[in-house]
Design a protein around this ligand. Structure first.
Ligand code: PRP
Ligand code: URA
Length: 208
């Protein structure tokens, strides 16, 4: 399932990110804030339970602490995915973080995995994060790598996606829900999303 998260606050911040004149600091801050806002939808249905841990309210009533049904692992695809981690972790401070290093060969557009490290957690909900879903090659490879390590409860959060990328991920991994802030028109001949926002990694880290 694909969830396109349409919200005025997200739309305003995303248009700031699309502006080529926006500097790295504001680009990062906007991505951070959008990731926080998207958390509301990504985790909407995961459920909670009243734990054995209790506390007193100032009005003298004992209550059970409410906890999430799942332990959360956030997995950014390096590098650009890192830009979405803090925004989500601000909402879920107990989330653990894994990392997948995948880069897209600029000529062939094929994904290459160079790093993989996930925390060991029983029955977690794994949320793969990457601001760009273009051909879908990186996301498909990342999800396959996560599944190969035995994790099967997976969602993906992305900022801007192409229709082709969404289709590719949905076909390869129909069990993975995709949460996206904007589905753009198409890819250009270099595999960049149009209108998109350029190279997310370069803009986050100021490498160009
Ligand atoms: C970008 C982006 C995704 C990937 C999307 O990463 O962050 O991981 O491209 O493209 P795809 O859907 O066609 O695979 P890139 O390989 O540029 O690496 P970077 O994050 O280090 O900039
Ligand atoms: N990666 C990016 O950073 N931007 C795109 O438009 C496509 C892939």
């Amino acid at each position: 399932m694909v969830f396109e998260i349409k919200h005025p606050l997200i739309a305003v911040k995303l248009s700031i990110m699309r502006d080529e004149k926006t500097k790295s600091k504001e680009f990062r801050e906007s991505l951070d804030e959008i990731a926080s806002l998207m958390s509301y939808e990504i985790f909407k249905d995961i459920g909670t339970y009243p734990s054995d841990d209790t506390f007193m309210t100032p009005t003298g009533i004992e209550l059970q602490k409410i906890k999430l049904n799942y332990k959360i692992i956030l997995v950014p695809i390096l590098r650009a995915g890192i830009g979405m981690v803090d925004g989500i972790r601000n909402m879920i401070p107990t989330a653990r973080i894994g990392h997948i290093g995948i880069y897209r060969d600029e000529k062939t557009l094929e994904p290459h995995e160079y790093y993989f490290k996930l925390p060991k957690v029983e029955n977690p909900l794994v949320v793969l994060v990457d601001p760009m879903l273009a051909t879908g090659g990186s996301a498909v490879a990342a999800i396959s790598a996560i599944k190969a390590r035995g994790y099967n409860n997976i969602r993906m959060a992305t900022l801007v996606a192409s229709p082709i990328g969404i289709e590719r991920v949905s076909k390869a991994h129909p069990d993975v829900n995709i949460y996206v802030a904007a589905i753009d028109e198409k890819l250009n001949e270099h595999g960049y999303i149009l209108p998109g926002l350029g190279d997310a990694g370069d803009r986050i880290f100021g490498t160009r």
